[in-house]
Design a protein around this ligand. Structure first.
Ligand SMILES: CC(C)(COP(=O)(O)OP(=O)(O)OC[C@H]1O[C@@H](n2cnc3c(N)ncnc32)[C@H](O)[C@@H]1OP(=O)(O)O)[C@@H](O)C(=O)NCCC(=O)NCCS
Length: 199
């Protein structure tokens, strides 16, 4: 059965009304392993500021009726801060040819019906529409396999990402800081990049 959920790509000013929804979804969905993110509105504000300053950004929003149940973001990597571009610069990538895919966050009851696939299709279509981007890139947190909070039934998204045409690049790593559930302060986590050639 086709999912009744509608996915729309919104850019520029049209994205603005949904940034609070994105913050809410990020805080809710990233509490789970492997992110274990103890979200705060202050952290979200800093994060969303950067996103909303980018002219080339897009947010794919999943609507069930009027309710926002998921979202995925993307923006030119050139609009990202140094700690994200650094591993690419160190390996002589042309930053101007990379489109950076931020998060995909979808409420649990809506998973497994193809919305995550549509999030990739929307972001890739947006990146290709410029005609100048050679790569799509995103990163995922690298938690140790014996992490104490790893659920016994946890299924990594690696196969899902491989099926979307992305390849893991363990040589490309950034460190993102956030506060894990149960911790008092932010700690750095290694984030490993995945790339797909667009052209
Ligand atoms: C990542 C995430 C958005 C994926 O969303 P999803 O909607 O469950 O993913 P999909 O349903 O599109 O794809 C999952 C699989 O179900 C399949 N599928 C199941 N039912 C389907 C249907 N009715 N139509 C199409 N595909 C369907 C897809 O083909 C896909 O299988 P494949 O990879 O073998 O092709 C979701 O798992 C999530 O929010 N996770 C938590 C946050 C996270 O870790 N995000 C990633 C890092 S930012």
């Amino acid at each position: 059965m086709t999912s009744p959920v509608r996915v729309s790509s919104l850019t520029g000013a049209k994205a603005q009304p949904h940034l609070d929804d994105l913050a809410r979804l990020r805080i809710e969905v990233f509490r789970d392993f492997p992110y274990l993110y103890d979200g705060s509105l202050d952290y979200e504000r800093r994060y969303l500021d950067n996103f909303s300053r980018s002219d080339g950004s897009v947010i794919a929003v999943a609507f069930d009726g009027d309710r926002v149940v998921g979202a995925a973001t993307a923006l030119p990597m050139a609009d990202e801060p140094d700690y994200i571009t650094a591993p690419f610069r160190a390996r002589s990538y042309d930053i101007g040819t990379i489109f950076y895919f931020g998060e995909s966050v979808l409420l649990r009851p809506y998973r497994g019906t193809g919305i995550g696939v549509r999030f990739f299709e929307h972001r890739e279509a947006h990146a290709r529409s410029f005609g100048t981007y050679r790569w799509a890139a995103f990163c995922g947190v690298d938690r140790p396999p014996d992490h104490p909070l790893r659920p016994a039934d946890y299924v990594p998204l690696d196969r899902f990402w491989q099926k979307r045409g992305f390849v893991r690049h363990p040589e490309l790593v950034s460190h993102f800081s956030w506060r894990d559930l149960g911790d008092d302060a932010e700690t750095e986590k290694p984030m490993v990049y995945w790339l797909k050639q667009l052209t």
